[in-house]
Write a protein that binds this ligand. Structure first.
Ligand code: XIL
Length: 314
């Protein structure tokens, strides 16, 4: 049976990030996206540059296409992402503090508000990648203009716009126990102590076989769960130095298996979203020179060993 059937039987979601181009143009892409997954994330269509390219001008064409696909296919939507330092227009970055705070609140109110009554849209990445790898808050334009208060403000605005949505903080290189994940842990604990509505922590999980599997993934998920938040794997992919070969495929499959098993072992882990599903459409070759083949189907939609590993683990 499909991945989504096995995931549902385990009370977990199995998701994929969807790109609006192939969603509109390729039936093979649509077919697998519908058949295999019960949760979707817009790969780019809900980001600030897509939804509010100029101030006060909201454009929801791509976001609506993803939500409508999900609705047709009985899938939930995880909103990604409200506040990030990338893919945010220059007009935001150039604002002064009080105008930037107002823009943040208006953006969240409009974007979250659009889908608040839609039962498919269940959760949001409210802030994304707020830490540097050494565990200090990233000196983004958000931080430089507003200080760290932008994080609490964003969560409060999201809660006000949709009291029922699950609100997440999302980051990368936080999968294992390390300085960055410990800083994230301390931030989540302190925000919640202050009454800031953080419900969920997302672990992107952009892994690479040549860098090793994150140490103590399951224990790390569990320590966050013990704070009372839901945890989830939000952007899983496992890249390799090209070219592919059978040995690399087998290592990749084992990484996928071990991520699924870590989530299954933690009650508060809601599920796993893969950052795409076919190597035909993946951010990896564009971002990491010489690397690729990070997903569970190859570029002609054939299942790879990684697909079988996820299937058999679920
Ligand atoms: C990436 C998309 O996959 C690309 O298409 C886009 O060009 C850049 O962003 N962390 C995130 C995602 O939170 O939004 C990023 O997605 C990958 C890294």
């Amino acid at each position: 049976a499909a991945l989504r059937v096995h995931a549902a039987a385990r009370a977990k979601f199995i998701g994929a990030a969807l790109a609006t181009g192939p969603l509109a143009n390729e039936s093979a892409y649509r077919g697998l996206a519908a058949a295999e997954f019960n949760q979707v994330t817009a790969e780019n269509a809900m980001k600030w540059d897509a939804t509010e390219p100029s101030q006060g001008q909201f454009t929801f064409g791509g976001a609506d296409a993803v939500v409508s696909f999900a609705t047709q296919n009985n899938q939930q939507v995880h909103g990604h992402t409200l506040v990030w330092h990338n893919q945010t227009p220059g007009w935001v970055q150039g604002l002064g503090a009080s105008a930037m705070r107002a823009a943040l609140q208006n953006h969240i109110s409009q974007v979250v508000g659009r889908y608040a009554a839609n039962p498919a849209v269940v959760s949001w990445d409210v802030v994304n990648e707020v830490f540097d790898d050494n565990g200090t808050l990233r000196t983004s334009f958000w931080y430089n203009t507003l200080g760290q208060s932008y994080i609490a403000d964003a969560f409060r605005a999201a809660r006000a716009a949709d009291p029922d949505a699950r609100l997440c903080i999302n980051d990368y290189n936080t999968e294992g126990i390390n300085a960055k994940s410990t800083a994230l842990y301390n931030l989540v604990r302190s925000l919640r102590q202050d009454g800031v509505p953080v419900d969920c922590v997302g672990f992107q999980s952009h892994l690479a076989i040549q860098y090793g599997f994150p140490s103590q993934l399951q224990q790390n998920l569990q320590r966050f769960a013990d704070l009372g938040v839901q945890v989830r794997i939000t952007e899983l992919d496992v890249r390799m130095v090209m070219p592919r070969d059978a040995g690399k495929d087998a290592t990749q499959a084992a990484y996928y298996r071990d991520v699924v098993n870590a989530c299954l072992a933690v009650t508060a882990c809601a599920g796993i979203t893969i950052w795409g599903f076919t190597d035909k459409y993946s951010w990896v070759p564009d971002t990491f020179s010489g690397q690729g083949a990070a997903l569970i189907y190859n570029d002609s939609y054939q299942a790879k060993p990684a697909y079988t590993a996820v299937h058999d683990a679920l």
